[in-house]
Write a protein that binds this ligand. Structure first.
Ligand SMILES: NC(=O)c1ccc[n+]([C@@H]2O[C@H](COP(=O)([O-])OP(=O)(O)OC[C@H]3O[C@@H](n4cnc5c(N)ncnc54)[C@H](OP(=O)(O)O)[C@@H]3O)[C@@H](O)[C@H]2O)c1
Length: 253
């Protein structure tokens, strides 16, 4: 980071900040002294995020529905009106289950609707965020673009099967991140791209599936967010294009 960037307050954009890991990241990045823009699809309903923004002048809320390209474009325009550059962008919004949409345990449960929606939220959305926020990231010297992936998106590590939509959409997200890392390594200055696995973190997303796990294997949300923030803040150009777990270890693609 240049001395000029080091002098000004760094800016983070957390995409998917209404709950879970994204919300904890907003809280922690703001405490670390960054200006933070948190996005969510329904600002009027994002009570916890709004409460942080009401307390912290350095936290702002922007609307972004990650399955809608016009919404992503509008959010980028709104951010450009708020700030000249973004130094850290984290895609956290993710879909595994909601209401009667549950992860597929077997082929007979696969529907095109669920596969398509998983790809829209988990893969296509983060890529379009990259596209529309590229200008703001490019103005920072040493920006980091991170997307929350999942170990179950690893093809090499897939030993149990199931969860067709979630696994495949995270694998696609990983490919998009790797592609971006290559394209953005050629930029001047380059943008660092990371695919991050948070481990099992106690959020709404993991709750139905973590009951049989040893509680010691589940991170509290603040710890889960803090571990990822450490990786993001410490990332260097040579880390770009890596798929990294919460403990800094590489995950096979
Ligand atoms: N928790 C884990 O154990 C775990 C493990 C591996 C990977 N991950 C990954 O980590 C990321 C964060 O997970 P989490 O546990 O924090 O999940 P979470 O608590 O379920 O929160 C999901 C977030 O994504 C947002 N979101 C969902 N669909 C959206 C859409 N269409 N447009 C905009 N925002 C949308 C939600 O917003 P609303 O409030 O509006 O619904 C919410 O803020 C996800 O990508 C997940 O796949 C989590």
């Amino acid at each position: 980071m240049s001395s000029e960037s080091a002098r000004r307050q760094r800016v983070a954009f957390v995409q998917g900040a209404s709950r879970g890991i994204g919300l904890a990241m907003v809280r922690q990045l703001s405490r670390a002294g960054l200006r933070v823009i948190g996005s969510c699809r329904s600002p009027a309903a994002a009570n916890a995020l709004n409460a942080i923004a009401a307390r912290e002048p350095s936290v702002e809320v922007v609307e972004l529905e990650v399955t809608s390209e016009p919404s992503i474009a509008r959010a980028a325009e709104r951010c450009a009106a708020l700030t000249g550059e973004i130094d850290i962008l984290v895609n956290t919004a993710g879909f595994l289950h909601a209401g009667n949409r549950q992860p597929e345990r077997r082929l007979a449960e696969v529907t095109s609707e669920q596969i398509r929606y998983s790809f829209e939220v988990n893969a296509i959305g983060p890529l379009l965020v990259a596209r529309y926020f590229e200008g703001l990231l490019s103005r920072s010297n040493g920006a980091v673009f991170a997307s929350l992936s999942a170990r179950v998106g690893s093809i090499g590590d897939n030993r149990r099967g199931g969860w067709y939509g979630y696994r495949a959409s995270k694998a696609a997200q990983n490919m998009f991140t790797k592609n971006l890392a290559i394209e953005w390594s050629r930029k001047k200055p380059p943008i660092i791209c990371l695919a991050l696995h948070p481990g099992t973190v106690a959020t709404d997303l993991s709750a139905p599936f973590s009951k049989r796990l040893d509680p010691n294997q589940i991170f509290a949300v603040e710890r889960g967010a803090a571990q990822l923030i450490d990786i993001i803040l410490g990332a260097r150009q040579e880390d770009s294009g890596r798929f990294i777990a919460w403990d800094g270890q590489d995950i096979e693609w």
